[in-house]
Design a protein around this ligand. Structure first.
Ligand SMILES: [Zn+2]
Length: 338
């Protein structure tokens, strides 16, 4: 039986190279998380493709290019997809080489030298790239007592997160501890930022605030704790070694409420941004697809922030893996991984 499924999984998939497999995983994740927009995953002319916005998109080594740009891959840099860590990386585990690489990736020169990614695929997902297009999708809503501007696609998620956090604070959520801590957290919020037409400071990379898909929850008083690596960098060259307990952070129930709705918390980046939550459901799904014991990335020699590192994709993270474990489906036993 087991052998049968191993053979099935080998012969039922198109010829695969490591790079194509990461393309398959990423596109599968997009299909799952944007079902109305991304569909038709298929292997064509030696590459993984999906349909989105009346266009066929090629994986193109992580570049996500429309079919019209086939063969022009070298003009574009790859997008980065990383597995969301379970816990905050521990600076105690950083090697001196890794500390150097974090210092380098945080340097002004490194941030300005990044080259361009093709953003057409994101434009389909998020409804445009120009300020006019993006702002046509921005709506105003109330969140944790503040009025914020965000992309219309995340308003329902934020409403559920708001409800969940208030339930924890009121102590009516039987599964969550920390009612008092969460109530104090809500009361301590100074401001909440959402949509903001800007780039990541000092970088040519785009911030998800630019799409209205990121939310910053800033405390009125940080209690002397670190919040954002870029602010710390000005006074402390070893900002990356600030232990997690000396960084301000929302209660764990708050972080979990965001994560359960497809958000990524910036406190788990090596370049920590503890007030930042970003809507990236595809990253959670990629992790689920790649799920296998011991494969969660933590404190390794790579910066934890996808927009501030050089060309890495899942192939580089999993050089020895030849195929991701297929997702279990109803009515048919899942083949075993490996
Ligand atoms: Zn932010």
């Amino acid at each position: 039986m087991f052998l049968f499924f191993v053979l099935l999984s080998i012969f039922s998939r198109p010829p695969s190279f490591a790079q194509d497999i990461s393309g398959e995983t990423v596109f599968r994740a997009y299909q799952h998380t944007y079902p109305g927009l991304v569909s038709g995953l298929s292997f064509q002319k030696g590459d993984w493709t999906v349909r989105a916005g009346n266009e066929t998109w090629y994986w193109a080594g992580g570049r996500l290019l429309p079919s019209s740009l086939r063969g022009e891959e070298e003009h574009w840099s790859a997008h980065h997809f990383e597995l969301y860590p379970e816990t905050v990386p521990s600076p105690e585990d950083y090697s001196s080489r890794f500390i150097e690489s974090l210092r380098d990736s945080g340097g002004a020169e490194a941030r300005l030298s990044r080259d361009d990614q093709h953003r057409g695929f994101q434009a389909v997902l998020y409804g445009g790239l120009t300020r006019r297009e993006i702002e046509s999708n921005i709506v105003r809503m109330n969140f944790l007592g503040k009025s914020i501007n965000v992309h219309r696609t995340i308003t329902e998620n934020l409403k559920r997160i708001d409800g969940e956090i208030r339930k924890i604070a009121a102590g009516t959520n039987a599964t969550a501890a920390g009612a008092a801590e969460t109530a104090a957290f809500i009361a301590s919020i100074g401001q909440i930022g959402g949509y903001n037409w800007r780039e990541i400071r000092g970088s040519r990379r785009l911030s998800y605030h630019r799409w209205g898909l990121a939310v910053d929850i800033q405390p009125a008083d940080t209690g002397g704790k670190a919040v954002y690596w870029l602010w710390e960098q000005r006074r402390n060259s070893l900002w990356m070694l600030i232990p997690p307990e000396r960084r301000w952070q929302p209660p764990s129930g708050v972080i979990r409420a965001f994560e359960n709705e497809g958000f990524f918390w910036g406190g788990k980046w090596h370049l920590f941004d503890n007030m930042h939550f970003e809507y990236r459901p595809e990253l959670h799904e990629i992790k689920r697809l790649m799920a296998a014991p011991g494969l969660v990335i933590q404190g390794e020699n790579r910066p934890g922030r996808p927009d501030l590192q050089e060309g890495q994709d899942l192939h580089h993270i999993f050089p020895n893996r030849t195929a991701p474990p297929p997702r279990p489906r109803k009515g048919r036993p899942a083949p075993r991984g490996r």
